[in-house]
Write a protein that binds this ligand. Sequence first.
Ligand SMILES: [Fe+2]
Length: 658
Amino acid sequence: MSNKTRAPGLVRRRLAVGATAALLGAAVAVGSGLGTAASAADPVSLTGVILGVGADESQRVLTWYSSADTAQKVQLAPTAALVNGEFPATAAAFDAIGGANIATSGGYNRHATITSLKEKTRYSYRVGGDGAWSPTYSFQTQDFEGDYDFLFFGDPQIGSSGDTLKDQAGWEETLKVATAANPNAELLVSGGDHVESANNESQWTSFLAPDQLRQYPVVATIGNHDVGGKAYEQHHFTPNTDRSAPYYDNGNPAGTKSGGDYWFVYKDVLFIDINSNSYAVPAGGGNVGDSAHVAYITDVINKHGAQAKWKVLVYHHSIYSPASHATDTDNKDRREHFTTAFSQLGIDMVLQGHDHSYSRSYAIKNGQKANPDEQPGAAEVFPGPGGVIYVTANSASGSKYYDIKKPDATGTGIRGNGPDPLNPDSYWYNSVQNQEHVRSYVKVQVRADKLVLENLRSGTCAAPNASVEKGSWCYNTSEAQPVGSIVDKVTVRPYHGSGQDVQVAVPNPAPGEFGWTIDGYNGLVDLGTAQERNGTFFEATGNINPILVTDSRRSLAPWSISASAGEFRDGDKTFPGAFLGWTPFLLDAGAGAQPGAAVLSAYDDQGLGLSVARGLAAAEQGHPRGSAKLGADLSLKIPDSVAKGSYRATITITALSS
Ligand SMILES: [Fe+2]
C-alpha cells in the first residue's frame, strides 16, 4: 500500500500566500519606479512600535508612528520560519491603517490587527513596507486555555519628576524586573498616566522605550495626564473600542482629546477598560459620564460575560486609595455612581491608578464593606455575593509618589474617608495600604477557582528612583525588602452562589487535525494462493491493513477515505485491478465514520471493481470528533485464463477533507 493525502484547505492557504507575495512584489516595483531623490534621501522612519492586546488571545494590535504617509503593514511569521533573520516568502501580512498625526506630533500613525495566532508559538514581526522596515521584534503566545498571570503597572507618568530620562530609567527597570521574574506573564496592564504632558512626544518616546512593550501585549489605560491631547490615541489602538461622545470628557470624539471605552476577553477574564476622565460633569456634546460607563459595562457583560469566568475592570481614577487623591470630590462621586452597579454586575476586581500609592480594599459591596469581620491584611478573602476588590497600583517608574493621608471625620458612608474600626490608622475601606517611595507592580495569577494578587517591589531606595534621587524620602530596607519581595499578597475566592460549580479542564485535541495512518506495521496484504472455484475462476480473500483515522478539528468538517487498486503485475504478466472487490467495515467506530458500500469484483458484475476510487469510509459535516479504525474484507476473483504467477498490486489510499 502507498498513501497519498490531499488537503484542499492547505492548497488554498498556499494560494493565498502566493497572491500576497505577488502583490508585495508589485508594490516594491512601483515604489522603486516612482522613487524620487527626496524619498531616497529621506527613508521612511518607523518609530514608537508598541504591541497591544487584541480582542482575544489569538490577536494582537500593533501601533506605530511613520515619518511618511505610505501604505504599510505588519509582516509576521513564526520565528522558527525565519532564516538568518529574513522573513520567509510565506510570512503573513496585515495591512495597516491610520492617519496624519496632530501637528505637535508630526508624521503619521499606523495600526494593524494581527489575527489567527496559534498558541505556544514564538512569532517574529516588523512593521513598514516598500523596503523600509522597523527592526524585527518577537513575542510568544502561550496556551490559549487555562491559568495565566498578568502584570499591572501604575502611573509611569514619564516626565513628572522633571527629569524624563530618570523617569524612563525607572520605568525600564520595573518592566525588566517584572518580566524577568514572570517571563510567561501574558499581559502588561497599565493603570494610566503614561506621560506627564499629553502631547509631549519626547515623554512618549521615553514611555515607549522599554523593549518589553514590543514583546508582551500592553493593555493601555487613559489617565488624566494622557487625556488632554490626541497623542494617546495615536500611540494606542485598542480592540472593541466605543468612541461615542460620552466616553470623551469633552463629549467630542473628533476634538482635540483622547478617550473611548473598550473591552476584550483574554482566556478566562473579561477585561473592560474605561476612560474615567469622562465622569459626572456634563461637558460639551452632552457628556453623561459615569452613567454612560455603567451602561457600557452592563452591555458588555450582558453580551460577553458568559465568555469568561472572571470580570476585571480597569480605569485610572482610584475610588478607594490611601493618599493624595483619596478624598477628591470626583472620586467620592464615582463611588456613588459605580459601586452598586459593579456589585450587581458581579465584577471581581477593579484595577486603578492615579494615587501613586498601593492599596487593596476589603471586599466592597454596594459601596460598603461587605463583611465587617474581614480582617486587615487577610491572606485569603471570600468576597461573597456582590463583593468587589479594588486595587490601586503605586508608581511603576518612581517618577512621583503620593504620601498616605490620615483618615478624617467623614465617617464610613459611601463618601466617607473615616478610620477603619479594626485598624484606625487606615481608611475604613482598605485592607492594605502601603507607601515606601519604592517602585512596585502588581501581579495577578488567574486560576480556575481563585485570583492571587501580589504587590511586588521592583526597586529599592536606590536609583533609578527619580523622586528619591530628587530628594523625596524613602523607607525601605534593601536587606529585608529587596527587589522582588512581596508588599502584599491575597488569594481571592469567587462566590459560586448556593449551588456547586463543577469544572472540568479539557485539553486541546492532539494533533488538532484530520489525519490517517496505517494502524501498526504496514505489511504486505497477502491474499495467499488463489483457489480455483467450479473450474471457472480463481478466488482469494484477505483483509487490508487497518487504517486509523483521527479527526479532532473544531470545524467538524466532512471527511472521506477512498482507495483504488492498480493493475496486478508479475513481470510482464498483468490482470486488471477491477477484479478486486471489497466489503468495508469499522473495526472501531468513531469520528462519525460510516463504512463505504461493498464493491463486487468485475468478474461478478463486469464493473470496474476497485480499479476506480471507492469509498472505504466517510463522515458528514457535524460529526463527532474522535478516531475510527477502518477495515475491509478483500475479495479477488479472476478468470482461470489468467496465467500462473505471483502477482502484486498497489492499493492507493486517498483522504479528502475540507
Ligand atoms: Fe493621574
